[in-house]
Design a protein around this ligand. Sequence first.
Ligand code: ADP
Length: 229
Amino acid sequence: QMESFTYSISHDLRAPLRAIRGFAQALAEDYAPLLDDTGRDYLDRMCAGAERLDQLIQDVLQYSRLGRSTLTFQPIVIDLCLAQVLLHLDRDIRSSNAVFDIQHPLPTVLGHAPTLEQVVSNLLSNALKFVAPGTQPNIRVWGECQNDVARLWVQDNGIGISPVHHQRIFGVFERLQNSDTYPGTGIGLAIVAKGIARMGGKVGVESEPGKGSRFWIELPRPAEPTHKG
Ligand code: ADP
């Protein structure tokens, strides 16, 4: 009930917000010369606030959709999933000058491809984002297989996370930094945790402040084909 309430409320909030954004934009385009510097500053803040609220609503919608939708599982070659994610993050990768070390081949897992893509994307965009100012992101990705499960690791050279916060950060709206330095909504890792749980997997992190982070996700591997005869 809570999930469907969140979903419809987030959905309904987008329509009036669209009007606020649209009119603020029209005001900026058509009337900016009539405003003084303070007026223009207020307008800029209004537009930025509306933009942030829209991102927040989209993230909440995505989170609650993940709880409502039916997921169909199939074997996923993580190398291909990762290639897709890197393509989507291309702009952030270029602007941060990030260096990747990807240990191919990565495992094949059983899961819901769009959800896994979102999970990997959230982990990588955090690895790109949470670095100390002026640091070139250095991201290592590798896999490990053990019996019927596979683990994917994402390691960064970022600001790190104190062990006391390792559980908390997977909750909704849990953020350790202010949004001026590191923008975000605090839903990315909640989507990771929920997505992985819905695919029957596990997630975790190893990290210390100033020493980078290693996030891992674990998912079932597809059953080996059985040969007859
Ligand atoms: P957001 O990225 O929108 O802040 P997330 O849910 O993805 O939200 O992450 C929650 C918090 O966990 C972040 O605000 C940050 O404090 C911490 N965090 C997540 N990933 C990393 C990382 N790779 N390095 C350091 N801190 C991280």
